[in-house]
Design a protein around this ligand. Structure first.
Ligand code: APR
Ligand code: PHB
Length: 389
């Protein structure tokens, strides 16, 4: 088989890139290790920046998003002293759209199916070859048979645990990492959201977040020690702990119910550089991970796809090979912006094991500035709603 661009990974990064390239007349093939049901079963964040929304529209898969996405013009922050709101619209004239990543992935699959894109699921032992030459190729196995795809470029969209990043020689790769000493226990519940907008809570018992997917589906998180197991947390225990950490007036009136999904995710900041190795380009979680505080994961994947699709179109359609050199520097500038923001949100909202009284006072001072200084709110709102592309 031959395609101009072989895409490794059928998550949001790979599907969006494939969709944009196909619409530009560039042929793609997507190789995904899992089944489609497995990919669609993963629950991830659900807050889209305007840049990501616009990309989905330009890619021809924004119809349901336009109908079902909910605009949020601000969010709430809660501390032991009370709750305050950061008004994105008033501060920076922007809003975000609440729409689940699972829905985005579903819309992308539907659009790709409609265009007849080849998406190979359950592709095993994917390996990349000839990256430093002019004729790279990909090998994989499916149903016990070996296959080969010849291509001009390879996009590594295979997430944090994929093989693409590992295909860059270790001595040519630099990895920057911070691992946080706690996780998030998340619950998806068919209940009305606790509030109209998201609530990020800093509480002595630990961080909590009240989020949502729609008016009948809520998503909640609480900070837990990494040693906790999901099985240790009954629904009852979860609701009880969540309510203790949210503002009393919210906790009293909130609806609780069964959990549809419950999982614990560790928190990590990670960037691998460079993003390009010969004819291979890393995109999305394959190159970087953000802690979920601030919901930047999918949004960063979208901006990577934006920069890479421009670079590949320049190289393939306009024979401008220099366009490819632009990808890494352009994407990394924005990646580090989101790294800083999600690290900062994480550091001001969580209780860290061994946090000193001094650290605690600094955290309180950060939150007070955010509550009382317009300039601090402008910076937060600018980052939350999305740095410019
Ligand atoms: N071969 C083929 N596919 C692979 C391989 C492999 N060796 N390894 C991983 N994959 C697939 C995974 O099964 C997954 O479907 O690559 C896909 C990567 O998808 P994501 O992990 O969702 O990463 P990405 O598409 O970059 O999305 C970034 O979505 O996943 C969230 O938290 C993430 O919000 C962020 C955004
Ligand atoms: C979510 O809805 O899952 C969500 C929202 C905001 C975040 C993280 C997760 O910062």
């Amino acid at each position: 088989m031959r395609a101009q661009v072989a895409i490794i990974g059928g998550g949001p990064s790979g599907l969006l890139l494939s969709q944009i390239l196909m619409r530009a007349g560039i042929s793609t093939v997507v190789l995904e290790r899992q089944t489609r049901d497995y990919v669609l079963g993963r629950i991830r964040a659900g807050v889209l920046e305007r840049g990501a929304v616009e990309m989905l529209h330009r890619a021809g898969c924004g119809e349901r998003l336009a109908r079902e996405g909910i605009a949020h013009e601000g969010c709430n922050l809660s501390t032991v002293k009370g709750m305050f709101r950061v008004d994105f619209q008033a501060r920076v004239g922007e809003a975000v759209t609440v729409y689940g990543q699972t829905e985005v992935t579903q819309d992308l699959y539907a659009a790709q199916d409609a265009m007849g894109v080849v998406i190979i699921h359950e592709a095993a032992n994917v390996a990349l070859h000839g990256l430093e030459g002019s004729a790279p190729w990909v090998s994989y196995e499916k149903d016990g048979q070996s296959h080969r795809i010849d291509c001009d470029y390879i996009a590594g969209c295979d997430g944090f645990h994929g093989i693409s990043r590992q295909s860059i020689p270790a001595d040519k790769r630099t990895e920057y990492e911070r691992v946080y000493p706690f996780g998030w226990l998340g619950v998806l519940s068919p209940t009305a959201p606790a509030a109209e907008e998201l609530i990020y809570a800093n509480h002595p018992r630990g961080f909590a977040l009240a989020s949502m997917r729609n008016e009948k589906l809520s998503r909640y998180y609480i900070q837990v020690p990494l040693s906790d197991k999901v099985e240790d947390w009954s629904d009852l225990a979860f609701w009880d702990e969540l309510k203790r950490r949210l503002p009393a007036e919210v906790a009293e009136s909130m609806e609780t119910g069964p959990s549809i999904e419950k999982s614990i995710a560790p928190l990590r900041s990670f960037v691998a550089e460079p993003l390009r190795w010969g004819r291979l380009f890393l995109v999305g979680d394959a190159a970087h991970i953000v802690p979920p505080t601030g919901a930047k994961g999918l949004n960063l994947a979208a901006s990577d796809v934006h920069y890479l699709s421009e670079a590949l179109q320049g190289a393939i359609l306009e024979s401008d090979a220099g366009a490819l050199d632009q990808y890494g520097p352009r994407a990394l500038k924005r990646i580090w912006g989101a790294m800083r923001f999600s690290w900062w949100m994480t550091s001001i909202l969580h209780r860290f094991p061994g946090q000193s009284d001094f650290d605690q006072k600094i955290q309180e001072s950060e939150l007070l500035q955010l509550e009382t200084l317009e300039s601090a709110q402008v910076t937060m709102a600018r980052n939350y709603t999305g740095l410019p592309y």
